[in-house]
Design a protein around this ligand. Structure first.
Ligand code: NDP
Length: 241
């Protein structure tokens, strides 16, 4: 096996922790990013992890980007669909661009990234696809109709693709993080964040490493019987799938 893993949005936040976790587990990692080249180059210099810039919402860019990774590093064994954005606002004030940018980046990316790798995984009889959803895709969150819809869609995508590929040695799973200490959560107003933390039974935000550890497990040979699953990692905030 090639041991190549792609982590979208792999240069910052949860994705950076996943990239580092997979590298430590022996994978050759390609971490993608959207536009923050300064951050991505600093990440590359610090970790030695390969970085690639393309927009996960752009089908052609994904096709070309993945082809470049395969040519540089080898066939893709693990795909972690982690890149995501928020464009929060009350639905009655939400414009179409807020809706569609979140749907494209968080949900269309499941198709645009997974479609180019699936044929190779089927031919080789092995593959791992790990999708980062969210607690807010499970429970719905006010101010995030767009994001909750996209992240709930990620769960449906995961279960359906898992069923289709189970006999081909491919597993497809989703992780639903609760609130994790990254730039995305730093953008939440302080007062709102205090209220959020008060509602987390363990009494703190999660750490990106705590999500990365689950991804490393799902990528491993030991996780071969786990597919179509939704892993909830949220400090006890919400339990249902
Ligand atoms: P960050 O905002 O910290 O990092 C986002 C990463 O995604 C960056 O590397 C960014 O690249 C990349 N990215 C964004 N848009 C695109 C795009 N169109 N194409 C390619 N790459 C893109 O996010 P987090 O680490 O907080 O979140 C990671 C994932 O976890 C997301 O899917 C998020 O929805 C989910 N999540 C996060 C939670 C949290 O509490 N933080 C909770 C639940 C789920 P660049 O650096 O170039 O901008």
């Amino acid at each position: 096996m090639s041991n190549v893993a792609i982590v979208t949005g792999g240069t910052r936040g949860i994705g950076a922790a996943i990239s580092k976790g997979l590298k430590a587990a022996g994978y050759t990692v390609a971490a993608t990013y959207a536009g923050n080249t300064e951050k991505a180059e600093a990440f590359r210099a610090e970790t030695g992890i390969h970085v690639y810039k393309w927009d996960v919402a752009d089908p052609q860019a994904c096709h070309d980007g993945i082809a470049q990774v395969v040519s540089d590093l080898g066939a893709v064994e693990v795909l972690v669909n982690n890149a995501g954005i928020t464009r929060d606002g009350w639905f009655h004030k939400m414009d179409y661009e807020q809706w569609s940018s979140v749907i494209r980046t968080n949900l269309d990316s499941m198709f645009t990234m997974s479609r180019p790798v699936i044929d190779g995984m089927r031919e080789r009889g092995h593959g791992r696809i790990i999708n980062i959803s969210s607690i807010n895709g499970q429970k719905g969150q006010l101010g995030q109709v767009n994001y909750s819809a996209a992240k709930a869609g990620v769960i449906g995508f995961t279960k359906a693709l898992a069923a289709e590929t189970a006999r081909k040695g491919i597993t497809v799973n989703a992780i639903c993080p609760g609130y994790i200490d990254t730039d995305m959560v730093a953008a939440v107003p302080e007062k709102v964040l205090e209220g959020i933390i008060a509602g987390i039974p363990v009494g703190r935000l999660g750490q990106a490493d705590e999500i990365a550890a689950a991804v490393v497990y799902l990528a491993s040979a030991q996780a071969a019987f786990m597919t179509g699953a939704v892993m909830t990692i949220n400090g006890g905030q919400y339990y249902a799938n």
